[in-house]
Design a binder for this molecule. Structure first.
Ligand SMILES: [Zn+2]
Length: 175
């Protein structure tokens, strides 16, 4: 680093340096956009320092924690099924000839209640019917009295679900 110590650098260096500073200053002066950015950066820095130096009371932190806990509880109330809507007690009905039973489940992703475990009962002996349906044909059989229903004689679970929802909408149901 001989050039730093040389006489030539000592003479030329300071004027060149001050010229550079003046050029940079002028450049920023002519560019209000850049000087605005510098002002913003300064403001952000000062704000961060102000926040970090701020005196915080313990009860403020406690209030924030309590507020967060309340929000979490409120969001999860429906998932925990504490506040079940009225129709959740509507779990059985007869639509054509068959009696059906089902349960309700809340899906937090879709934020909707849906019917689960929809089961048909034998119209003759009230035993759970076994679904033997396949892609070609619908078929239900009673394991007790051997009651058997095929295709058009079967009640379709999709139709049953639709009727249940329609009954809820029209408030036409008994709990
Ligand atoms: Zn039966």
């Amino acid at each position: 680093m001989k050039w730093i110590k040389s006489q030539w650098t000592k003479k030329i260096g300071p004027p060149v340096f001050s010229l550079l500073l003046t050029m940079i200053y002028d450049f920023f002066k002519q560019n209000p956009f850049l000087s605005t950015i510098i002002e913003i950066v300064k403001w952000v820095g000062n704000t961060i320092i102000f926040i970090l130096n701020y005196e915080i009371k313990v009860w403020w932190i406690l209030c924030v924690i309590i507020a967060i806990v309340i929000v979490i509880i409120f969001i999860n109330l429906r998932k925990w099924e504490i506040f079940k809507p009225d129709f959740c007690n509507y779990k059985k009905d007869r639509f054509k000839d068959w009696k059906w039973r089902w349960d309700w489940k809340y899906y937090s992703n879709s934020r909707k209640w849906d019917i689960i475990s929809l089961i048909a009962y034998c119209p003759k002996c009230d035993t759970q019917l076994i679904d033997h349906s396949n892609v070609y044909e619908q078929e239900y059989r009673c394991p007790r009295c051997k009651y058997n229903a095929r295709s058009v004689n079967c009640e379709d679970p999709i139709d049953v679900k639709a009727i249940i929802f329609d009954n809820i909408e029209k408030k036409k149901y008994n709990k």
